[in-house]
Design a protein around this ligand. Structure first.
Ligand SMILES: *Cc1c(COP(=O)(O)O)cnc(C)c1O
Length: 413
């Protein structure tokens, strides 16, 4: 048996892959809006002995013995989440953001009933009713879109659509919308049609925790979130809800959708929430927004078009149509230059999702590493150089060298 061997001695192949990924994360400028760098403490909890433990059920009501410690860990994570987000009830067991959303569907809507969310191509998430997702196959979906003139949500249009389709669940939240959401407006629409309001704050949870985005908690019946995006925790999710929905939500997660919770992840969520409760976390959250705005201005000075004309959160959507370019070759060229982003649909894109017209860029990961406005301005200039010369290896190589130099001055956690 190899129980006591270290990873490099027992499995050098896998250990080398992990080292290669670490090198990549250290030497590149990571701009994928959903990514971040988790702290050493979060990763330590995530890799802890809690991975060995089964604990179907909830604290105090488990289906396995030996929960003396696990119950305390789960209660601690819940208590911290309640404080950070000022929530009445929290479930920390969803395996990730998509199952968290599915649990809310399971709790509130029967298959075939109508659900309304933001169209995927306009910034929504797959689980808000895309045809490719189970949510678009089992439920009847009515999607709302952005205003074509402003690139922003128009709450009168959403209201009209809601009155027309009368969804049994209204969803607010996004993966690629660069503006703040008006949760009070969503609340009043939900009240008018008598539907519960789900806010999916996966992308903005860290901004909400740090006070850099209004909180959905006072307005929503249920709030889902991943824990690994701006919140900077382990890969996982939470559902926060009003006390009246607690039983329904808990039952939907277990036994409705899942078996045993990932206790190692629960522990790491508790650590991430402890970090989010520190004063420095507000500085990080504010800086995410300032950095995204600085990058936006730098890109606009270079002639780039941004969906909605800018950002008030952590992400930007570059519309490459005016430059007659597609997103995918640009994203690939940026990657070769050490600037890692993703291609993305823009609203009213005439290109397909596998080869769309946009690039999505986010500030959280490099903000965690200590980048400020000056570094993000420079990123805008590099993006411009690469986009102007996607096929010029000399330009790409020289940008890549400059990127590596800058990264050396900002150690990763
Ligand atoms: C990322 C995201 C999810 C899904 O999270 P996974 O953990 O990838 O399943 C759900 N909703 C929104 C809005 C997201 O951005």
């Amino acid at each position: 048996m190899q129980f006591h061997s270290s990873l490099p001695s027992f499995d050098p192949t896998l250990a080398a892959l992990l080292q290669a990924e670490e090198d990549k994360q250290r030497d590149s400028i990571r701009l994928i809006a959903s990514e971040n760098y988790a702290s050493a403490a979060v990763r330590e909890a995530s890799a802890s002995v809690l991975t060995n433990k089964y604990s179907e059920g909830y604290a105090g009501a488990r289906y396995y013995e030996g929960q003396q410690v696990v119950d305390q860990v789960e209660r601690l994570a819940i208590a911290r989440a309640r404080v950070v987000f000022n929530a009445e009830h929290v479930n920390v067991q969803p395996y990730s953001g998509s199952p968290a959303n599915l649990a809310v569907y399971l709790a509130f809507v029967k298959p075939g009933e109508t659900v309304m969310g933001m169209r995927l191509a306009h910034g929504g998430h797959l689980t808000h009713g895309s045809k490719a997702s189970i949510t678009g196959k089992y439920w009847d979906i009515a999607s709302y879109e952005l205003d074509p003139h402003t690139g922003r949500l128009d709450y009168d249009l959403i209201r009209a659509k809601a009155l027309q389709h009368r969804p049994r669940l209204l969803i607010a939240g996004h993966s690629a919308y660069p503006r703040q959401l008006d949760f009070a407006a969503f609340r009043s629409i939900a009240d008018e049609i008598g539907a519960p309001l789900l806010v999916d704050m996966a992308h903005i949870a860290g901004l909400v925790a740090g006070g850099a985005h209004p909180s959905p908690i006072p307005h929503a019946d249920v709030v889902t979130t991943t824990t690994h995006k701006t919140l900077r925790g382990p890969r996982g999710a939470m559902i926060l809800c009003r006390a009246e929905h607690a039983g329904k939500i808990d039952k939907a997660v277990f036994p409705g959708l899942q078996g045993g919770p990932h206790n190692n992840t629960t522990a790491a969520i508790a650590v991430a929430l402890h970090e989010a409760a520190q004063p420095s976390f507000s500085d990080y959250a504010r800086q995410c927004v300032l950095n995204a705005q600085a990058l936006g201005r730098s890109l606009q000075e270079c002639g780039f078009e941004l969906v909605s004309g800018g950002t008030d959160n952590h992400l930007l959507l570059i519309d490459l149509r005016k430059k007659n370019l597609a997103g995918k070759p640009v994203a690939e060229a940026l990657d070769r230059a050490g600037l890692v982003a993703n291609y993305n649909s823009v609203p009213w894109d005439d290109r397909p999702p596998q080869d769309p017209s946009g690039i999505r860029i986010g500030s959280p990961a490099m903000t965690t590493r200590g980048f400020r406005e000056a570094e993000f301005k420079q990123i805008g200039k590099w993006i411009d150089r690469v986009v102007a010369s996607t096929l010029d290896d000399q330009v790409i190589t020289s940008v890549a060298a400059e990127v590596r130099d800058l990264c050396r001055n900002f150690p990763m956690p």
